[in-house]
Design a protein around this ligand. Sequence first.
Ligand code: ATP
Length: 308
Amino acid sequence: MPASAIAVEGLSFEYPGVRALDEVAFTVERGSVTALVGPNGAGKTTLLRCLAGLDRPLLGAIRVAGVEVLDEPRLVHRRIGFLSDVFGLYDALTVRQCLAHAAAANGVAAHKLEETVARTAARLAIDQKLDARAGELSRGQRQRVAIGQALAHEPEVLLLDEPASGLDPEARHSLAVLFRGLQSDGVTLLVSSHILAELDAYSTHMLVMRAGRVIENRALHQAAEERRRVRIELAAADPRLRGILQAVPDLLLLESDERAALVELRGDVEAQARLLAALVGAGLPVSRFGEAREDLHASYMRTVAEAR
Ligand code: ATP
């Protein structure tokens, strides 16, 4: 089985007179949650539609969940779940019927439909609305049904275009919890959104697009053996802080005064634990000690600025 859940090579797509994707190439690790980000018009929706086998590119190769999408677009529909940025529901059907229809269309056996609908409705917190018609739902409730339709058949890969749009803060938080749960079940997610703070809560990787190209594709969190930045603050100034830190092996002092410091430390969390023990052991009043990682927003702004 290939290691990557999604592999794209030389992908170009054109609308009349507009090259929306220009030789895009990237892979997405199995079991990761990748934030697909980029300015308006970067090509995110076009890319997701090509991955889902809904639009046919000019050139390129796309493999999703082990399926060559251009050769077998119908097969890929069963292996993936796709949420379009603009979607319609069958307004005359009840939520129960919408979910059952989506699951059946994607290969769930008739005798498993009832259980599938109940599980999906509970996951999206729409179980109280199962007998309401889709046409009678609020925008956020419709969004939940659409996400439910995308994941009812338990796909290996989920492609979601702006899934949080229209959701209230509680539902957005539940969505983050849902995505983390899906990831721990081994599902691979590619999620486009402009709400970077939310993506940061559950993404493991970041794929940045600009003007039809991928300009960055990387893991968001550092591997255990890499250097980590740690911020230290004291409740009261202590002139010994700098000297104590300078004596710690494998530590680089980036900023410091008598009350706070930012250091770079080689090693895993145990190296952090040893550093904290050394500071407290020396009698310093440590009030804050934590990893200072670059969040997705800062990382995205840096990538886009560098690409200009
Ligand atoms: P947004 O963040 O605004 O949703 P996006 O990154 O999803 O943007 P796309 O919708 O993929 O971007 O659009 C990529 C490019 O293709 C844009 O230049 C857009 O104008 C163009 N485009 C998109 N859809 C069409 C269409 N149906 N016909 C012609 N051009 C299109």
